[in-house]
Write a protein that binds this ligand. Structure first.
Ligand SMILES: Cc1cc2nc3c(=O)[nH]c(=O)nc-3n(C[C@H](O)[C@H](O)[C@H](O)COP(=O)(O)OP(=O)(O)OC[C@H]3O[C@@H](n4cnc5c(N)ncnc54)[C@H](O)[C@@H]3O)c2cc1C
Length: 372
């Protein structure tokens, strides 16, 4: 069996490692010739570490990040409302981890290089023809290839998804997320989520999360009516404005948001594909199949879990059966994360109709601790 993985991000690299474990040949094509990722922080939970551990890189990821105790919900002044301590899924490894996206990228790319998996950088597909028992691809470097299976792991704006499902597009959810890295105060061992939720004019929520012994990142998830674009030189002022009024550690830390070039702003755009995520011999994984908003911090975990499960199923059965089994194990779980994340954002924008975000977050964390 030979598999072409389109996209060398979290899902694609995790799948390449998983397929190698199963003795299945694959190659990765990655559009970005520099194979770069944003310098942003990401937060991950026990199910992510468990999935990476299956791939043999759980320890490396833990060393590359900063383990913390879990999530706390606090009021706008930093007073603790609820603690959700993490529970480890792997003895000796942590439950909750903050790490930079480049650090995670290095863990995955180092492993792919160590295993000798072929990766072609600066290349994408330009033609795709499914013959039922194989797929022929043409590439932007003028080459072509024949594969038993093609995997679209090309992220939220997936060209593979567009080729197969031209009407499926990420939709703006109404909110945007602002991120900025600042020094980590000594002793900070929690990710704190300040629930603005419409009280006294607060829009959405904000907080911070440890990333390394020296760094943490601040985030603000707020409604951005009309999906505005911001001039790059205004980004630090815009982000600070969204944090105005928050007290506690967040209020203090926000003063360090001064360099507009270091602010990462993203409008939230989600696309949750219906079952199945495959047509013939082409399958989507990761954000290409189910991009959610960051409210549950599960995007990377869902991508790695997809990869682990798809590799396991392909190692055990034929392609058609493996794809069906993959959907059975993945669809409801990824859909739960996606729809709940979007729901949490809706509640933040319409606090008068809101349910209990602490209950939802806690219930889903417990659900995701169950084996995949
Ligand atoms: C700013 C930001 C912060 C985030 N924070 C968190 C967080 O805290 N916790 C969390 O769990 N998740 C977080 N996420 C989400 C998480 O990064 C994604 O869910 C995860 O990366 C999905 O993995 P993926 O492989 O599907 O997509 P990606 O990691 O985006 O990888 C897709 C890859 O495909 C390549 N590609 C795209 N198009 C093509 C093409 N046509 N041909 C070839 N290659 C192509 C891209 O260059 C990229 O390398 C965050 C995302 C962003 C943008």
């Amino acid at each position: 069996m030979t598999i072409c993985i389109i996209g060398g991000g979290v899902a694609g690299l995790a799948l390449a490692i998983g397929l190698h474990q199963q003795g299945i040949d694959c190659e990765v094509v990655e559009r970005d010739k520099d194979w770069k990722v944003y310098h942003v922080g990401i937060i991950v939970q026990a199910n992510f570490i468990r999935a990476l551990n299956v791939l043999g890189v759980g320890e490396a990821a833990t060393k590359a990040g900063y383990a913390y105790r879990g999530a706390r919900f606090v009021d706008v002044n930093g007073k603790v409302i609820a603690e959700l301590p993490g529970e480890t899924a792997v003895d000796g490894l942590p439950s909750d981890l903050g790490l930079t996206r480049p650090a995670l990228h290095k863990v995955l790319t180092d492993k792919v290089k160590e295993l000798g998996i072929p990766v072609r950088l600066g290349v994408t597909f330009t033609a795709m023809q499914d013959y039922g028992d194989h797929v022929e691809l043409g590439f932007s470097d003028g080459t072509s290839g024949s594969y038993d299976l093609v995997v679209g792991a090309d992220g939220n704006y997936s060209a593979v998804r567009k080729a197969l499902w031209p009407d499926a597009k990420p939709q703006f959810t109404g909110q945007g997320v602002w991120r900025y890295n600042v020094p980590r105060p000594a002793g900070l061992e929690w990710s704190d989520i300040y629930l603005g939720n419409g009280h006294n004019g607060f829009n959405g929520k904000a907080g911070y999360c440890p990333l390394t012994p020296e760094e943490m990142y601040i985030f603000a998830v707020v409604e951005e009516k009309g999906n505005p674009r911001f001039a790059p030189e205004t980004l630090a002022d815009e982000m600070r404005a969204r944090l105005a009024g928050y007290g506690g550690l967040l209020g203090e830390a926000a003063k360090a948001i001064t360099d507009p070039a270091l602010v990462v702003y993203r409008p939230l755009e989600a696309c949750i594909m219906p079952d199945p995520w495959y047509k013939g011999r082409v399958v989507l994984i990761g954000d290409a199949a189910h991009s959610a908003t960051p409210h549950l911090g599960q995007g990377a975990a869902m991508a790695v879990e997809d990869a682990v499960v798809l590799a396991q199923e392909l190692g055990e059965r034929g392609i058609e059966e493996a794809l069906r089994a993959f959907m059975q194990r993945r669809f409801e779980r990824a859909k739960l994360v996606g729809t709940s994340s979007i729901q949490l954002g809706e509640w933040e924008m319409h606090p008068e109709q809101a349910g209990d975000p602490v209950e939802v977050t806690s219930r889903i964390r417990q659900k995701l601790a169950e084996p995949v």
